[in-house]
Design a protein around this ligand. Structure first.
Ligand code: CAA
Length: 440
């Protein structure tokens, strides 16, 4: 079967930064450790006055097209994944295509455009759609542009305010990709949930504590479903496991759950039995509650074993670096976790080509998807071409009162005037409603 997957990837971070330890924690009267250690977040990205989901998505896509020498003719499909859309009819992909058409000779009249919505998992769903389109032989030699773009803002004083972020990821999906090949085996866990939703409202209504439990429950189901098609997973099967990362602390909880599942009935469980016993079995307990408690106790012990710590440091920690500096990008989040892992491999000379990653996506509402990816020999060149570190370092560091102004501006659909903190540099900017998104 033809290899299909991600050929290239570019990111665009919002150009402003809120430092959680220096700026956010003192205002909340909290110990900075709650954010840097508990949530695992140092800073969040925010859009400047001239940025929005369209400009960030178009700028990421333009960087990608420019670097890969792509013309509109090479792209047969543009899908945008977002949970920050401002238009219930016209998909954000048409706005982004409109921006790109300002700088290329050709246009995208031939391209099928759409918008995917299922909270944060929509980015991965768009990726799957693109892969399926190519595998079905409908692409006529063209690739697909997938853009995941979001401004993840919460109401002021909501518990989620610490986990905000803004940015876009653009991916080019082709045959014989340079970055990763996607397996056609996927596992899902899905249920109608109301822990996080935005019914015609700017900021989400969130039951934060429950959202954590829903994430974990759907992820467990997705892993079981994945194994029903791929066979049992073992921790050594995967070099890295990028998870959807609303904040790194969430991934800490998901990782131990995944590890427990993967070591069941393996030599690792047997080796750990002397220290922490073997895993609880349902048949040994009178009630589901007692069994669940025993599992939680086992995982608490497991987390402190050397075997787990080593696996976590090698397989999970490297996926969290970018997220810990930019916050939650919703639909782009799992994709920057993958990028973080690939970058770690390049920086540490990990021989990754041909190795597998397990990618664990999640969207509130709620659905999880697990699939495997095989890293391609061209990955190193792709990673080295990314300028994510420079983008992160170049952000303007907001004071608290500046943050309040930025939050108000994006809260009120841009009707609040705000002088930009940075200068645009050969990029698309939001320039009011019609004509919009001029390139400056
Ligand atoms: N030093 C070290 N750690 C500290 C600390 C300190 N001084 N103070 C607190 N902590 C720890 C806490 O013990 C806690 O750790 P555990 O999670 O391991 O228990 C952690 O820091 C966070 O502290 P709190 O639980 O008190 O934080 P909170 O109640 O203020 O908010 C939250 C946490 C519920 C996640 C909130 O940020 C939120 O609502 N976020 C938005 C929803 C969200 O992201 N949910 C995740 C799953 S849903 C999803 O993934 C979709 C999505 O993208 C939104």
């Amino acid at each position: 079967m033809t290899a299909v997957g991600i050929d290239a990837m570019e990111v665009w971070t919002g150009k402003l930064k809120l430092d959680l330890a220096e700026t956010f924690a003192p205002q909340k009267g909290d110990d900075p450790g709650k954010y840097t250690k508990g949530l695992g977040l140092h800073a969040s990205s925010f859009p400047d006055a001239y940025e929005d989901i369209v400009t960030m998505g178009a700028n990421a896509a333009h960087r990608l097209m420019d670097r890969k020498g792509l013309e509109p003719e090479d792209i047969g499909r543009i899908d945008v994944a977002t949970e920050s859309a401002f238009d219930n009819s016209k998909p954000v992909s048409t706005y982004i295509a409109g921006c790109l058409e300002q700088v290329y000779d050709g246009d995208f009249h031939h391209a099928n455009k759409g918008e995917r919505k299922f909270a944060c998992i929509a980015g991965t769903q768009s990726l799957d759609d693109a892969v399926n389109w190519i595998l079905a032989g409908r692409n006529r030699g063209r690739g697909a542009l997938v853009v995941a773009t979001d401004t993840a803002l919460y109401a002021r004083d909501d518990a989620g305010e610490a986990t905000q972020g803004a940015g876009a990821v653009a991916m080019y999906i082709t045959e014989d990709p340079d970055l990763v090949e996607l397996s056609t085996e996927q596992g899902y866990g899905s249920a109608d949930e109301t822990d996080f939703l935005k019914p015609n409202q700017q900021f989400p209504s969130v039951d934060g504590k429950r959202s954590i439990q829903v994430y974990l429950a759907r992820m467990r189901e997705a892993l079981e479903d994945f194994e029903s098609v791929s066979g049992k997973s073992h921790p050594d099967d995967y070099e890295y496991i990028p998870f959807h990362t609303p904040y790194p602390g969430m991934v800490r909880k998901a990782a131990v759950l995944g590890y427990r599942h993967m070591i069941r009935d393996t030599e690792i469980e047997a080796e750990l039995a002397d220290q922490i016993g073997t895993q609880p079995r349902r048949e040994d307990f009178d009630s589901a509650e007692a069994f669940e408690q025993a599992i939680r106790d086992y995982m608490d012990e497991l987390k402190n074993t050397e075997a787990y710590r080593e696996w976590y440091a090698d397989t999970i920690e490297p996926t969290l670096d970018i997220s810990s500096h930019v916050g939650n990008w919703y639909t782009g989040s799992v994709h920057i976790a993958r990028m973080s892992a690939l970058r770690h491999a390049v920086e540490n000379d990990v021989d990754l080509a041909g190795k597998r990653m397990l990618v664990a996506s999640y969207g509130s509402g709620a659905q999880a998807e697990i699939h495997a990816e095989t890293v391609q020999p061209g990955f190193e060149e792709e990673v080295l071409a990314s300028n994510i570190d420079e983008q992160i370092d170049a952000r303007y560091d907001l004071s608290w009162s500046e943050y309040e102004q930025v939050h108000d501006r994006h809260n009120h659909e841009k009707s609040v005037e705000l002088e930009p903190f940075t200068q645009p540099d050969s990029e698309f900017v939001f320039d009011g409603w019609g004509p919009m998104n001029e390139r400056k």
